[in-house]
Design a protein around this ligand. Structure first.
Ligand SMILES: NC(=O)c1ccc[n+]([C@@H]2O[C@H](COP(=O)([O-])OP(=O)(O)OC[C@H]3O[C@@H](n4cnc5c(N)ncnc54)[C@H](OP(=O)(O)O)[C@@H]3O)[C@@H](O)[C@H]2O)c1
Length: 280
């Protein structure tokens, strides 16, 4: 029957139909088949690579960031790859935006299985004690508080599904502070504490929570650390794998943590850092 339909189509239509069927069936068989995933700060860099990978592994992905134009571009790029992706504006520091993200997922897909909390800011470079109260407030609000409040919003919906998986994007700086980024380093260490604290609280609801600690990954966010060649060389000296990472180096680990293969892993932090020193 399917072969007969395809045979009746114009060759180009037939090719599109076959590609769509192939993508649908691989989606149905992926490790995250039909899971609904929210990824914050996902219109570029690490978040975008994570959104793409979760989509490739079968999830329906709702991506987001602060700017509509970025959301539109990212959604268009991933939809062109035949992935089940939609998006909306969500500034994670705004309570109404966080709620809208949840509502959109429920409206579009009827539930939530996965949250990847990836947003972070760093408006400061210098000696830690020179950071103003405003700097501390901004960094802790966006990087830590917004993450905890987003987790609070998704948990009741994960409970309705019988469980879920949460991944918080921290940083290798949580273990091994980057010079000049004191408040940011502290916020990333706090996320490891949040992960550890929530793991036992969420386990009875069959919700796992883990962190990802990327090393130096080549993105706009980290450009101050590698744009200058001498800085880049200094960073490379600390790495066993002699290159700066790319966003896709991080995405497989996140997909794994969200999948049933990681069913016995919670409260952990996975370092993806090219062998740069992190912990014992
Ligand atoms: N790159 C690294 O070396 C590295 C290392 C360790 C950890 N990390 C962590 O990885 C995460 C992603 O960083 P990245 O390097 O991939 O950054 P990036 O490439 O610069 O991308 C940042 C993304 O965040 C969005 N964004 C910024 N502020 C936001 C907010 N308040 N609410 C929602 N979205 C926001 C941006 O889009 P809009 O402008 O449209 O909002 C963009 O999509 C961060 O948590 C960072 O701390 C990065």
């Amino acid at each position: 029957m399917i072969h007969a339909i395809i045979a009746s189509l114009h060759p180009r239509q037939a090719l599109h139909r076959v590609l769509r069927m192939a993508s649908t069936s691989s989606r149905a068989h992926g490790t995250l088949a039909d899971k609904v995933a929210l990824v914050t700060a996902s219109t570029e860099g690490i978040g975008f690579a994570i959104a793409r990978r979760l989509g490739q592994d079968g999830a329906h992905v709702v991506l987001s960031s602060r700017k509509q134009a970025n959301v539109d571009r990212a959604v268009a790029e991933l939809q062109k790859e035949n992935l089940s992706v939609s998006g909306l504006v969500c500034h994670v520091g705004k309570a109404e935006d966080r709620q809208r993200l949840i509502d959109a997922a429920l409206e579009r897909h009827g539930g939530i299985d996965i949250l990847v909390s990836n947003a972070a800011v760093n408006p400061f470079f210098g000696s830690t004690l020179d950071a103003t109260e405003d700097v501390w407030d901004k960094i802790l609000d966006i990087n830590v508080k917004a993450t905890a409040l987003l987790v609070k919003l998704v948990v009741p919906h994960m409970e309705k599904r019988g469980g879920g998986s949460i991944v918080i994007v921290s940083s290798i700086a949580a273990y091994s502070p980057f010079p000049g980024l004191g408040p940011y380093n502290v916020s990333k260490t706090a996320l490891l504490g949040l992960t550890r604290t929530l793991a036992p609280e969420l386990a009875p609801s069959n919700i796992r929570i883990n962190s990802l600690a990327p090393g130096l990954i080549r993105t706009k966010f980290s450009s101050a650390l590698w744009q200058d060649k001498s800085n880049e060389n200094k960073m490379l000296e600390t790495m066993r794998i002699q290159r700066i990472g790319v966003p896709s180096d991080c995405s497989g680990m996140v997909s794994f943590l969200c999948s049933a293969d990681a069913n016995y892993i919670t409260g952990e932090t996975m370092v993806v850092g090219g062998g740069a020193p992190s912990r014992l």
